[in-house]
Each structure stands twice: as structure tokens, then as C-alpha cells.
Design a binder for this molecule. Structure first.
Ligand SMILES: [Zn+2]
Length: 407
């Protein structure tokens, strides 16, 4: 039997191989490895199956694929509950992942419920589950901040920092998350000098993965934008755009690119840096298309994402709805950026991208024109892989309509 959903030693060794791939930054190979393990363990060994799910949940969480992480974690939590108290550790892990995903997906009510479930399991654990306690505090902080309760958010963050500093071996691992959490909090409280000071500590001398650097830059540009410091923001924004281009081939990070890229674009708009903002929007649009493809493939291929119950369907429906809405907001902004540059500029957008082999998106109606093809509605184009560039343009019908209204 698989009391407590324990994996076998041999299986664990292969899980470690998959983790090493992710450590090296090869998210795609790591995902393939874990999905092969998942296929193998399904119906065969409950503990190994649970371990394969845990590995994928962690990987998806790191890559910002919160929808997949959330759905898998719900399946894992369900399995752990069936097993009873012996599987409490697995249950706490699953609930921690659900809280982490929901706090990123910005779903307030289910997050509140998941946090209270996690609190219950953590409180009855015979030994403290330190990492999951940190997961709880981070998500609870986001929850409080989302409700405008900065004081509670700060208390959660202080407690997070206390645990990290007092537990041996944690300072190194959690230093970045801890400092970044403090900087974000300071930014949301309007304490820009403190936010800048904290982010400044991160860059100093450490070897930062590009994606962490991107988050640091996005926040620093936000601080400069809030203070109206255009000259200071510009070189940092350029560095961030370089990273967005650089991580373009890393599909595992598409979701994070959408978020950081959108933050960057909005701040560049605030600074009246239209050209840089338009570049950021193009890069975000490419990530959006990749992300649609990922979700589509994952929900088809992984039975664990199970859409057979009402709540899973509701979450997926909500994700799609949110996703479409975000896409529309994004395009409205791009259209506004273009319209501000006048009719002549808009006319120059007709046919833009086709000659260079770009995928073009009409910023007015969401139509997509794949490389060299004809205009299609957004949902009808799903890219085969991540190797394409996107540019925002205008489709002929929208260009005609625009000319009529301005004539
Ligand atoms: Zn159009």
C-alpha cells in the first residue's frame, strides 16, 4: 500500500534527474521528463503518481503556469484527502500550491478558502512544515494586499522574514523572494525610496537568473514612473526589453513574460515612451499566443487536469474569461498608443509585418494574420511552437472603418 502516498526510492531518483534539468534552466526537457514519469505511474503506483504530480506542480509554479499548477494541485489534494491523515504532508503541499496559484491568478474568494484549509492542516502537523508556512504567509500577504489591508500584509511579510532569518539554511534560498516581497509591499504603500533601496540590494553582485532580473527591472521602472524619472527609467526599460526578447524561446516562462511585459508597457506609457511601450506590447502578444497553445495542449493531454467536475470547469472558464479580457485590455492600450500618433501613422500599419514573416495582430479587432497568411479571428490561430515574432498592425477592414470616421 502507499501509506501517506510515499514514492519508491527508484522513482525518487528519477524525479531528482528531472529537477536537475529545471535547475539548468531547461524547462521543456524537465516537463517532458516529469510527464513521462506521470504517464508511467498513473494507475500503477499511487505514491509515485503523487510524486510525479508534485514535481510538475512545482515546475509549472516556477514557470508561472498557474492554471496548470492549480488544476493538478486540486487533483493531488483530492487524492491526499482520500488517503487520510497519513498523507497530510502531501495535502499541505497541494494546498500550498493552490494558494500560490490563486494568489497569482487574483481569484480572491477561492484563495481565502484555500488559505483557511492550509492553515488547518499546518496547525495539526506534528512537526512544523517550514517551507509551506512560508508559502502560506506569502499567499496570505497577497490576499491581504488585494483587499487593501496593507497593515495585515506587512504583518505577514514580517513573519515571513522572521522565519527565513531564524531558520538555518533558509536565508540563502529565500533571500530574493523575501527582499522582493518587501520591495513590492513598499511600492504598493507608496514608499518609493524604500522600494528602490530594497530592489537595489538584489542586483548587487549576485548572479541573478534573467527572469528574476526582469522582475527587478519592471519594479524599478514602476518606481521611476511613479516619480516621473524618465531618464533613469529608459536604460532599465531597454535592458528589460532585451531580457524579454532573450527569454522568448523559453516557452516555460511565457506566462511570466505576459505579466512583467504588461507592467513594463504600462509604465512606459506613463512615461510617454511610446516606441518602447509598443515593443513591449509586441513581445507580450507573442507570449499570449504561446500561452493559449500551452493551456490548450495541457488540458487535452493530461487526464489529471480532469475537467469532469463543476469546480474545475468553473476555474478553467474563469481563466479563459480573464485571459480574453486581459487580451482585450492590452489591445485597447496598443490601439490608443497608435491612435495618439495620428492617421498617417495608422495607415502605415497596413501590411506591417507580412514582409518580415511576423505574425500580425490587429490592435483594433484582435484578428491575427499568421506568417504570410490571411486574417483570422484570434481563437482560430494556435501557433505550432514558440518560434515566431509578433507585431501589432491594423487589418484592412479596420483601416477602412478608421478612414471613414476620420473623413
Ligand atoms: Zn481589425
Amino acid at each position: 500500500m502507499s501509506a501517506g502516498l510515499q514514492p519508491t526510492d527508484g522513482f525518487l531518483a528519477r524525479v531528482v534527474e528531472g529537477r536537475a534539468l529545471a535547475e539548468q534552466g531547461d524547462f521543456r526537457a524537465s516537463e517532458e521528463h516529469f510527464r513521462a514519469l506521470l504517464d508511467e505511474a498513473r494507475e500503477e503506483h499511487a505514491g509515485n503518481h503523487a510524486m510525479a504530480m508534485q514535481s510538475l506542480i512545482t515546475l509549472y509554479g516556477r514557470g508561472g503556469r498557474y492554471l496548470e499548477a492549480h488544476m493538478l494541485a486540486r487533483r493531488l489534494a483530492q487524492r491526499a484527502r482520500e488517503e487520510g491523515p497519513a498523507a497530510d504532508k502531501v495535502l499541505a503541499f497541494a494546498l500550498g500550491a493552490i494558494c500560490g496559484a490563486l494568489s497569482q491568478l487574483d481569484l480572491d474568494q477561492p484563495l481565502g478558502e484555500a488559505l483557511s484549509d492550509l492553515r488547518t492542516v499546518l496547525d495539526r502537523a506534528p512537526v512544523p512544515l517550514t517551507n509551506l508556512e512560508l508559502e502560506y504567509l506569502a499567499a496570505a500577504g497577497v490576499h491581504a494586499r488585494g483587499r487593501g489591508d496593507h497593515e495585515l500584509a506587512r504583518r505577514h511579510w514580517s513573519e515571513y522574514r522572521r522565519i527565513v532569518q531564524e531558520t538555518e539554511g533558509l536565508e540563502q534560498v529565500f533571500h530574493w523572494a523575501m527582499t522582493m516581497g518587501g520591495a513590492q509591499l513598499a511600492y504598493h504603500e507608496g514608499n518609493y525610496p524604500l522600494a528602490r533601496h530594497l530592489v537595489g540590494q538584489l542586483g548587487a553582485g549576485s548572479e541573478t537568473p534573467p527572469f528574476h532580473r526582469l522582475k527587478e527591472l519592471a519594479l524599478t521602472v514602476s518606481v521611476h514612473a511613479a516619480l516621473g524619472e524618465r531618464d533613469e527609467a529608459r536604460p532599465l526599460a531597454r535592458e528589460a526589453l532585451d531580457i524579454l526578447r532573450f527569454v522568448k524561446d523559453e516557452e516555460g516562462l511565457a506566462s511570466g513574460r505576459i505579466h512583467e511585459g504588461a507592467v513594463l508597457a504600462r509604465e512606459l506609457e506613463r512615461l510617454n515612451e511610446w516606441g518602447l511601450a509598443a515593443s513591449a506590447y509586441d513581445l507580450v502578444a507573442a507570449a499570449v499566443l504561446i500561452r493559449l497553445r500551452q493551456v490548450d495542449a495541457c488540458t487535452r493531454e493530461l487526464p489529471e487536469l480532469g475537467l469532469d467536475d463543476a469546480e474545475s470547469s468553473a476555474v478553467l472558464g474563469r481563466f479563459r474569461h480573464q485571459f480574453v479580457r486581459e487580451q482585450q485590455v492590452l489591445l485597447r492600450r496598443v490601439a490608443a498608443v497608435y491612435e495618439a500618433r495620428g492617421d498617417e501613422f495608422i495607415q502605415s500599419l497596413i501590411g506591417r509585418g507580412a514582409a518580415e514573416g511576423f505574425v500580425s495582430i490587429c490592435a483594433w479587432c484582435e484578428s491575427v494574420r499568421p506568417e504570410d497568411g490571411r486574417w483570422l479571428p484570434l481563437g482560430h490561430f494556435i501557433p505550432r511552437d514558440g518560434t515566431f515574432d509578433v507585431t501589432h498592425a491594423i487589418c484592412p477592414p479596420c483601416a477602412d472603418a478608421m478612414q471613414k470616421t476620420s473623413a
